[in-house]
Design a protein around this ligand. Structure first.
Ligand code: SF4
Length: 136
């Protein structure tokens, strides 16, 4: 898989809640550790502000987003600039499986929070591998 055809894994830029932090950490784990050859991330802020470089990386390419909440900022903005969003995740959904757990804050994750990030990253990895398999 060459650089240009890497699947884009894009988190929202939520900085006020733990869910935004979890979304960013999960997508960074996917692009940086789990599937570095198959995926790359793009800064949502650059997409939103219309930076040409960011738009070029997304427009017409397969994208997977992860948002922190139902406002779906990443999914909406990536689609708005022409990204082909094939899967939209929400980190807050993972918390439904872990009711009552203290995942951390907007700037700090507890051990439980990191465990949920691992789960989210594994979920995204599984999805990406299925997408790649489907494209063969
Ligand atoms: S999806 Fe929710 S948490 Fe993420 S940037 Fe938008 S409003 Fe903030």
């Amino acid at each position: 898989m060459n650089f240009m055809s890497k699947i884009k894994v894009i988190p929202c830029s939520g900085i006020g809640k733990v869910y935004g932090l979890m979304a960013r950490e999960a997508m960074l784990r996917v692009s940086g550790e789990l599937l570095p050859e198959e995926t790359e991330t793009v800064c949502l802020a650059h997409i939103v502000t219309g930076e040409e470089d960011a738009k070029e990386k997304v427009e017409g390419f397969t994208c997977v987003t992860m948002d922190g909440c139902p406002k779906m900022c990443a999914a909406k903005n990536v689609a708005f600039v022409g990204g082909n969003v094939v899967k939209e995740f929400k980190s807050i959904d993972a918390m439904k499986e872990h009711r009552g757990i203290d995942a951390g804050t907007a700037t700090f994750l507890t051990d439980d929070g990191w465990n949920i990030v691992d789960e989210l990253a594994d979920m995204v990895k599984k999805e990406i591998l299925e997408i790649i398999e489907g494209e063969k």
